[in-house]
Design a protein around this ligand. Sequence first.
Ligand SMILES: CC(C)(COP(=O)(O)OP(=O)(O)OC[C@H]1O[C@@H](n2cnc3c(N)ncnc32)[C@H](O)[C@@H]1OP(=O)(O)O)[C@@H](O)C(=O)NCCC(=O)NCCS
Length: 198
Amino acid sequence: MRTIQTRRLRLVPVNEKNAHLLWDVLQEPDLRDFQDLPDLDVSQFERTVAARPRRLQASVAGRFEWLIYFARAGEGRPDEVPLGWVSLRIAERTPTTAEIGYSVVRAHRERGIATEAVAALVGEGFDQADLRLVRAFCVPENRASRAVLRRIGFRDEGVVRHGGTVEGHAVDVVAHNIDRGMWESRKSATPNRSAIRS
Ligand SMILES: CC(C)(COP(=O)(O)OP(=O)(O)OC[C@H]1O[C@@H](n2cnc3c(N)ncnc32)[C@H](O)[C@@H]1OP(=O)(O)O)[C@@H](O)C(=O)NCCC(=O)NCCS
C-alpha cells in the first residue's frame, strides 16, 4: 500500500503501528449511524490489522485502509489527528471487484474531503489492484454519502433489500457502481492524485 497524495490530502496506509489512530476515529459517536463498524478493543483491532495483506496489487484479497490527513507542509507529526479513513475490501472469489468504505469526522465534513479521498482511492484501486469494478453501499437516508458517490461518477444501481447491516440489524442499502470505463472517461474531472511512496 502506498501513501496517496491529492490536491489537499494525504492518505496514509493503516498498519499495525498506526492502527490505534484508526481505532480512535472509529469510536466517534455518529459513525455507526449508517454503517456497521468493528466492535473490537484496540489490541484486538491492532492484531486484525497486522494480519492483513500489505500490498494492494492484482489478485490479492483483503481489507486495505488509509487514514486521511491534510497534506499541508509541516504536517506528519505523530500527534496529528486524522480527518477520517477510506477503505477497499476485495473478496477472494471476486478479485477484480472492491467495495469502498469511508468516513470523515464531524468537525471536517462538508468541505469536500470525502469526495477527494474516495476519488483518489477509486483511482488507486483501478491502477494498483487491476480492478474492473468498485462498489459502494449506503442506506438510502445517507444523503451526504450518496452525494459523494454521485459526484465522483458512481451509478446508482437501486436498492438491495437487506443488503447491509447497521448495529446488527439487516437494512436495505442503495448499491452504487463505477467500472473502469466509467472511471477512465471521468478521470480528467477528478482531483489530481499521485502515489508518493511505496
Ligand atoms: C458521508 C461522509 C463521509 C461525507 O463526508 P464529507 O467530507 O462531508 O463529504 P463531502 O464534503 O465530500 O461531500 C458531502 C456532500 O454531501 C452533501 N450533503 C451533506 N449533508 C447532506 C444532507 N444532509 N443532505 C443532502 N446532502 C448533503 C454536501 O452538500 C456534499 O455534496 P456536494 O459536494 O454535491 O455539495 C460523512 O458525512 C460521514 O463520515 N458520515 C458518517 C459516516 C458515513 O456515513 N460513512 C459512509 C457510509 S456509506
